[in-house]
Write a protein that binds this ligand. Structure first.
Ligand code: 0X9
Ligand code: ZN
Length: 302
């Protein structure tokens, strides 16, 4: 079978996504989410027993070099499909929620990080000069071009030539807008740092439901820590991380996603973006527990 304990290429992930949808036709559907700047298909998997259930939106790989993120999306999908009818919690979640999973959102950047530059972060847009790429997590319509983002195409945090200039940004924004009111949680996986970040990052400003965001993050972080004693911190972005406008988490919250989190996965800096493959399995197992806290909370609030 598929090896979930190694880092896969973009092509392998697309093949895998098609394969799991074919293997579990009653529980999973494969669709193209959009096309990347360089013309790659951005894959999307929709999991659950009824497409009309409320949505938990999960994306991975918005930043190219954060390889543990797409690896997590893959093991999580496998877990939700293979444990359906086996694990009572997974079964109940799959019967009451729709999981929309974008396993490798920044397709071009991810491919480039395999072929040319392991430390690539951005998209691959041609900015007209020597420096390519836009930081997709500075490109969203959330105080776009605000603090913590750069006007320079050579910067790792370049916000882009216009708001939502990147096809992946447009695709995600359109999905969020067209499912307004139905997205109960948005979770975007990054690395590294072991941090739960919730809005806002675009200003020193608190979310209307800060208490709820903080409580669910605290419980989720505690659940993760209980598995392998990996400590996760949590807090509003402006405090737990840094001011950084134009992010997908702030956009999704402002467009009505009740819960919105950026989860920075392992580690805290020893290996950083180069997290060894030997840590994928444990990272997945512990993060399942954190996800279950979030999805249980969503189900209990329906
Ligand atoms: O800077 C980022 O985009 C994220 N950290 S990373 O090291 N993975 O690049 C944090 C994003 C937090 N949310 C927002 N800034 N909106
Ligand atoms: Zn990131």
């Amino acid at each position: 079978g598929y090896d979930y304990d190694v880092y896969h290429t973009y092509d392998e992930i697309v093949q895998w996504a098609n394969d799991v949808a074919n293997q579990y036709p009653l529980l999973a559907k494969y669709e193209k989410f959009g096309d990347s700047y360089e013309g790659r298909e951005i894959p999307r998997l929709t999991l659950g027993t009824s497409a009309s259930n409320p949505i938990v939106l999960i994306d991975c790989g918005i930043h190219a070099r954060e390889w543990i993120s797409p690896a997590f999306c893959q093991c999580y999908v496998n877990r939700m499909l293979s444990q359906y009818g086996v694990d009572t919690g997974v079964t109940a979640a799959m019967q009451s929620l729709t999981f929309v999973v974008l396993p490798v959102l920044n397709a071009d950047g991810y491919a480039y990080s395999h072929t040319d530059d392991r430390m690539w972060r951005k998209t691959r847009r041609d900015n007209g000069g020597f420096c390519k790429g836009v930081d997709p997590n500075r490109n969203f319509d959330a105080n776009w071009a605000g603090p913590g983002s750069s006007a320079s195409p050579c910067s790792e945090t370049y916000y882009g030539p216009s708001v939502a200039s990147e096809p992946l940004t447009q695709a995600l924004q359109n999905f969020v807008l067209s499912n307004k009111g139905n997205i109960k949680a948005y979770i975007t996986f990054h690395s590294y740092g072991q941090v739960f970040i919730y809005p806002y990052s675009y200003a020193v400003q608190d979310a209307p439901n800060k208490a709820e965001l903080d409580a669910v993050a605290a419980n989720s972080a505690a659940a993760i820590e209980s598995v392998n004693r990996k400590a996760y911190t949590y807090g509003p972005g402006y405090e737990s991380m840094y001011l950084a406008a134009g992010g997908s988490d702030d956009f999704s919250l402002d467009q009505g996603a009740t819960l919105s989190y950026t989860i920075e996965l392992r580690d805290t800096g020893r290996y950083g973006f180069l997290l060894p493959e030997s840590q994928i399995a444990d990272s997945c197992t512990e993060t399942y527990e954190g996800m279950d806290v979030i999805t249980d909370y969503v189900r209990n609030s329906l």
